[in-house]
Design a protein around this ligand. Structure first.
Ligand code: NAP
Length: 478
């Protein structure tokens, strides 16, 4: 069994306490064993980062560019192997695993370019003979805490901007998926990232995560994960006056109007709701459908859903892999039972026993639901979607926005008027027209409103807001 250690400074460090990383497609397959740290491990990482910070802060943008560019190239050159590891540890299909790996490569390459494009403002002062300069500086040592559902893309879209703008990093990946973050650490190390600039500490959220959030020398926390953990982290960061960025859950609506082209709407809804086993914060979990197209839509979506091939993530024929672990599977099955209790018609959703022992579930469609049911208020985070019938566009918008979340919202329509109105009225950070609610570009901002997100946006040039702090300098040149 391969043992994997933590990267602290220039060293691979074992903290003992090895935990097995299990394949959810086949629980007899142990991917590797990973050394989990504790608060003292975080302390060691902070010391390494503190030593490295001054030189990295002042490093030539060319050096930062070259490291990030090399990381992006290396990830791309190893996409099949890393994508396979990703699918093996998280359970998304091989095509999705390789696609996500390529996304991580693109993100590193984008921010390699951003390292060279750091600009400031030179302004005339309101006083004579004085120049005012507005520049951006790194915030210092940043703590990155990531979830299991995008085990390489999310670490990449936090690490790459953090390093591009001159910060040092301590990352704690999700307990369930340490493998991909470990590979990124190996690649950064090989690609000449100076010792201590990037540190990996694996371990439990309640131990390593808490230690990162509360450490006085870590200046900023970027977190992606559940609402409950996010709120806890925000409270601590507020108390400690720490910069914080949270990306949390979703209950994303996909509106389907009477004039929708079903050859567009059905694949968009099936993709958005069920692909990646529904384990996407941007998943279309509420399908808000106008009455005139409702029956035809439900029939087409349930037919397409039932034809999806569920199986081992590494099988090329598989379209929907397993649920990530037993806890998430049991939670999903409880929601299927709840849907029945709440008097929805439930199509699919049952536990599947396949040849390999894994956490398999048939996708579920809940029909005849109303927006006040718990299945439509709480994030399920599994391959489950609800259909909510509405009378017209205005009711569709009202239902779409009637949620504590606000990450992504979609509409399928052939009406330019309704598409434009929806773009303006949707209370969400991202809006999709005739596209799945999930699936985004890497060079533009990602994030939501209300209970889904807090703080500055991630990705694209907007990432500069979180990973830098502004300095205003006055120079008397008289
Ligand atoms: P989670 O349980 O909140 O865990 C997220 C991360 O926080 C993990 O690394 C976890 O460590 C750590 N953590 C747990 N308790 C902590 C604590 N007290 N202090 C500091 N860190 C702590 O979420 P998850 O189940 O991994 O991910 C699923 C959630 O992520 C869903 O709600 C989904 O919507 C959301 N998500 C949001 C986005 C977005 O961009 N909006 C993207 C993807 C996922 P352990 O793994 O050791 O528990």
């Amino acid at each position: 069994m391969t043992k994997h250690d933590n990267l602290i400074g220039a060293e691979w460090v074992s903290f003992g306490n090895y935990q097995d990383n299990i394949n959810p497609s086949d629980i007899s397959d142990v991917i590797g064993t990973y050394s989990y740290g504790d608060a003292s491990s975080v302390e060691a990482a902070v010391e390494a980062a503190k030593s490295a910070f001054p030189a990295w802060r002042d490093a030539s943008p060319q050096l930062r560019h070259d490291v990030l560019d090399a990381v992006g190239n290396t990830i791309a050159s190893r996409k099949d192997e890393i994508g396979r590891l990703l699918s093996r540890e998280e359970g998304k299909t091989l095509a999705e695993g390789i696609g996500e790996t390529m996304r991580a490569s693109q993100v590193f390459k984008f921010f390699a370019g951003e390292a060279l494009r750091q600009v400031g403002d030179l302004q005339a002062s309101v006083r004579p003979d004085i120049e005012v300069e507005v520049t951006r500086e790194p915030v210092g040592i940043v703590g990155l805490i990531t979830p299991w559902n995008f085990p390489i893309a999310i670490p990449a879209w936090k690490i790459a901007p953090a390093l591009a703008y001159g910060n040092c990093v301590i990352i704690k990946p999700a307990d369930l998926t340490p493998g991909c973050a470990h590979v990124i650490a190996e690649i950064l190390h090989e690609c000449g990232c100076p010792p201590g600039v990037f540190n990996l500490v694996m371990g439990r959220g309640s131990v390593v995560g808490e230690a990162i959030v509360t450490h006085p020398d870590i200046s900023a926390i970027s977190f992606t994960g559940s609402v409950a953990t996010g709120h806890r982290i925000a409270e601590t960061c507020g108390r400690l006056r720490k910069k914080v960025q949270l990306e949390m859950g979703g209950k994303n609506p996909m509106v389907v109007l009477n004039d929708a082209d079903l050859s567009v709407a059905v694949p968009a809804c099936v993709n958005g709701t069920f692909f990646s086993t529904g384990q996407r914060c941007t998943a279309s979990s509420r399908l808000v459908v106008e009455a005139g197209i409702h029956d035809e839509f439900v029939e087409a979506v349930s037919k397409a859903m039932q034809s999806l091939k569920i199986g081992d993530a590494l099988d090329q024929a598989t379209q929907i892999g397993p649920v990530v672990d037993a806890t998430q599977l049991n939670s999903n099955l409880d929601y299927v039972d709840l849907a029945k209790t709440e008097a929805a018609e439930v199509i699919g959703g049952e536990r599947l026993e396949l040849a390999a022992k894994g956490f398999y579930q048939a996708p579920a469609l809940f029909v005849g639901t109303s927006n006040d049911m718990r299945i439509n208020r709480e994030e399920i985070f599994g391959p489950c979607g609800s259909v909510i019938k509405v009378a017209d566009f205005d009711e569709a918008v009202a239902v779409a926005n009637d949620t504590e979340f606000g990450l992504s919202a979609g509409i399928c329509t052939q009406s330019l008027k309704h598409a434009r109105a929806f773009k303006r009225q949707a209370a969400a950070g991202m809006v999709m027209v005739n596209l799945p609610t999930a699936g985004v570009d890497y060079h533009v901002p990602f994030g939501g409103r209300k209970g889904s997100s807090f703080g500055a946006r991630e990705q694209g040039r907007y990432a500069v807001e979180f990973y830098t702090t502004v300095k205003t300098s006055y120079v008397f040149a008289g």
